[in-house]
Design a protein around this ligand. Structure first.
Ligand code: C2O
Ligand code: CU
Length: 433
């Protein structure tokens, strides 16, 4: 095997394997270890991974908006586990944060999750225990909340982006505590791909593509070839006005929904300084007459109206990392001079209160900041309400204000979704009561 041939910085991979995703709704999500072919077979054999029900990504879970969903996590790993339903505005007890919202699910034990998703859209689920390692090993999957009336498309396709840090034998490098990675951009895989279902498209078809960035630390700028369309949702939430598809950029945990017409061979590539890197492709055979109707917005979710003026205006400053200024926290990264989970929350909100938070990136690295149990508005420079998201990317030296209606009672994590940064201090929590 030629090791260089699968490194991201080297020549392009041509034939990418596709992994089909189960669409059945399993009652049990079994966390387990097994072997799976992640790399193209010409480079290496199967990789020891973690996943659910025998595959990574785990089964694609599909639920109807507003319907109760019950699922049991069965932990067949030799370490603890818990599952977080990323982006769902759910009951705090179901949020999947061990030690905060539930006990850790020990090996051989199980935990029953039950929630009613209020919003349609593209979400995902992932381990929230030692998540930097467990997500990197494969404990993640897609969570699709279906609209009552789905948009008019020929195929609804989930595309899970991830990267993997392989050794020459095609096994994951066991250096999750690597301080260099943690202090820089995080654990960057030397191989990246997209997991796509096994469908064959026809030119002229209209598809919905649900992009999910499940990588622990990598930001994916995605080049979509053979498609002409629009972005219709961000982090699950429909855009009132769909916008030009362009090159979607996804921070870890972010989602982008695109509705597009097939105009030629379809492929996904990552824009990379070493050139476009192929992530995967969808087969296109034959043609149909394209739709003439334009792309309409998805039906809106019922989002909590924000108050005109925020009751509190807080500042969360990201600090630390390589080449950064010193800070008062005891780990590599900090928020407001504090590293890791503290006894006291970063802030307390009374239920229903609208608060503004300035997210200030005083580091040399980008950070994707995620709030549990809520979505928030990004604010533009004039203070106008922008996109409604659960994870926002803040580039080095920049800052972003967000406005959030804290209407979901409980203890909610607020952390960097570059999971290597989270694992080395960049996390906190808020309390809504
Ligand atoms: Cu996607 Cu705290 O997680
Ligand atoms: Cu970060």
């Amino acid at each position: 095997m030629d090791r260089r041939s699968f490194l991201i910085s080297s020549a392009a991979l041509v034939a990418m394997p596709r992994v089909g995703q189960a669409t059945a709704e399993p009652q049990v999500l079994r966390a387990m270890g097994f072997e799976q072919q992640i790399l193209p077979t010409e480079f290496a054999g199967a990789t020891r991974v973690l996943g659910f029900n025998g595959s990574t990504p785990g089964p694609e879970l599909r639920i109807r908006q507003g319907r109760q969903f019950d699922i049991r996590l069965q932990n067949d790993l030799d370490m603890g586990a818990a599952v977080h339903w990323h982006g769902i505005r759910l009951d705090n007890r179901m949020d999947g944060v061990p030690g905060m919202t539930q006990p850790l699910v020990e090996p051989g034990e199980s935990f029953d999750y039950s929630f009613t998703p209020p919003d349609a859209g593209t979400y995902w689920y992932h381990s929230h225990y030692l998540s930097q390692e467990q997500v990197a090993r494969g404990l993640m999957g897609a969570l699709v909340i279906e609209e009552e009336t789905p948009p008019d498309v020929d195929h609804d396709i989930t595309a899970i982006l991830s990267d993997w840090k392989f050794d020459p034998e095609g096994q994951l490098i066991d250096d999750f505590d690597n301080l260099h990675d943690r202090a820089h951009a995080g654990r960057m895989g030397n191989f990246a791909r997209v997991f796509l279902p096994d469908v064959t498209l026809k030119q002229g078809m209209r598809i919905r593509l649900r992009l999910i960035n499940a990588a622990v630390d990598r930001i994916f700028p995605v080049i979509l070839k053979g498609l002409s369309g629009q972005v219709v949702a961000l982090d699950g939430m429909p855009l009132a006005r769909p916008r030009e598809m362009g090159m979607p950029v996804l921070a870890p945990a972010q989602r982008v929904d695109v509705i597009a017409d097939v105009t030629g061979p379809v492929s996904l590539e990552m824009d990379h300084r070493a050139g476009a890197y192929p992530l995967g492709a969808l087969a296109v055979e034959g043609a149909v007459t394209p739709r003439t109707a334009g792309i309409s917005p998805l039906p809106a979710n019922r989002i909590p109206p924000a108050a005109k003026t925020a009751a509190q205006h807080l500042t969360l400053t990201m600090q630390g990392g390589a080449m950064g200024r010193g800070h008062g926290g005891e780990d590599i990264w900090a928020f407001n001079d504090m590293s890791g989970m503290r006894e006291a929350p970063f802030a307390r909100f009374s239920r229903g209160e609208t608060a503004r938070i300035s997210l200030v990136n005083d580091t040399r690295w980008p950070h994707g900041i995620h709030l549990h149990g809520h979505h928030f508005h990004e604010l533009d420079e004039t203070g106008a309400l922008g996109d409604f998201r659960d994870t926002t990317l803040v580039n080095p030296g920049e800052s972003r204000d967000i406005l959030c209606v804290f209407d979901n009672p409980g203890k909610w994590m607020l952390h960097c979704h570059m999971l290597s940064h989270q694992a080395s201090g960049m996390m906190s929590w808020v309390e809504v009561a």
